[in-house]
Write a protein that binds this ligand. Structure first.
Ligand SMILES: C=C(O[C@@H]1C=C(C(=O)O)C=C[C@H]1O)C(=O)O
Length: 286
């Protein structure tokens, strides 16, 4: 259903634990405003936002880069890390120095990380493997490839299993190489939707920031939910949620800007990306 006439917003939510802090309390703060939350993996949300099926969403940062002329970023919100991310992982049959991968299977759920992998392979490892999009199933992926990229909860689950694979954390390599943070997801809105529904947007934006603050201030409820739904122990989830960063300040913008620059340089994006932000103060004050 398209939402009620006075509250037309359909909001995309990433169906992984990494995005919980942005969304966990969102509906508590929208004051029964009746937003419709659509739960999908990032690549699906990227498509729905591009096609205008949803008006605002947590999306792959790369998807923002593809569509920056049509989108507005919600400030101070992201999913990123400065160092290990723990859920964007390349699983290799052999150590990379010993046997550089020739074929890498990459999850169809991702956009940012697939392109981050391409940047790191080309510029950091100086390798030129063939990439094959694949459903996120490690065993199947490794039947025909030397390495496989997983993101989100499937990556976490596989990182708990010891299958004798070498594991490379892309957030860690990016940080070692550039000294910068990396932002994997941003919250973006379609420009025309922000212009058409300014008040609903303002409420939604405030709800996002409140949800984020409440989550980060007290991780306990999220940690409990993660243990229940995904397994693992409280210490793991404490480490996971505190390694991730949900702000989008100077530091995060600097890292993402460099990522977009490299993506353009390698032909993964066909234009320079600029970061435009939603400005609350530009809205009518009521
Ligand atoms: C930290 C993560 O960030 C994500 C990675 C994304 C991508 O690669 O396109 C998109 C959204 C986030 O879910 C993760 O999925 O593990």
């Amino acid at each position: 259903m398209m939402g009620r006439p006075n509250e037309p917003l359909r909001v995309g939510r990433i169906d992984y634990a990494n995005a919980w802090p942005l969304f966990h309390y969102l509906e508590d703060y929208t004051e029964q405003a009746g937003i419709d939350v659509v739960l999908k993996v990032p690549a699906e949300l990227n498509r729905l936002l591009r096609e205008g099926e949803i008006q605002v969403s947590a999306v792959s940062s790369y998807a923002y880069g593809m569509n920056d002329q049509d989108y507005i970023l919600l400030p101070h919100l992201s999913v990123g890390s400065e160092g290990k991310v723990n859920s964007i992982l390349l699983f290799l049959k052999e150590p990379i120095e010993q046997s550089p991968p020739k074929h890498i299977a990459v999850t169809t759920a991702s956009a940012t990380s697939v392109n981050l992998l391409k940047i790191l392979m080309k510029k950091y490892y100086e390798l030129d493997p063939i990439y094959e999009p694949a459903e996120p199933n490690l065993e199947h992926m490794l039947e025909s490839a030397d390495a496989a990229l997983l993101i989100g909860d499937p990556a976490i689950r596989e990182s708990w299993e010891s299958k004798g694979l070498t594991v490379i954390d892309l957030g860690e390599v990016w940080n070692l190489w550039t000294g910068l943070a990396m932002t994997y997801a941003v919250v973006a809105a379609r420009k025309e939707a922000v212009e058409s529904y300014p008040e609903a947007f303002q409420r939604l934006y405030r709800a996002f920031t409140a949800s984020k603050e409440q989550s980060v201030d007290n991780l306990k409820p999220l940690i409990e939910k993660a243990c229940e739904q995904l397994g693992g122990d409280p210490a793991y989830w404490q480490m996971y949620f505190t390694s991730l960063n949900y702000d989008f300040g100077q530091k995060q913008q600097e890292g993402l800007t460099l990522y977009f620059r490299y993506a353009k340089e390698l032909g993964l994006l066909d234009h320079e990306v600029s970061l435009h932000f939603y400005k609350e103060e530009s809205l009518p004050n009521r």
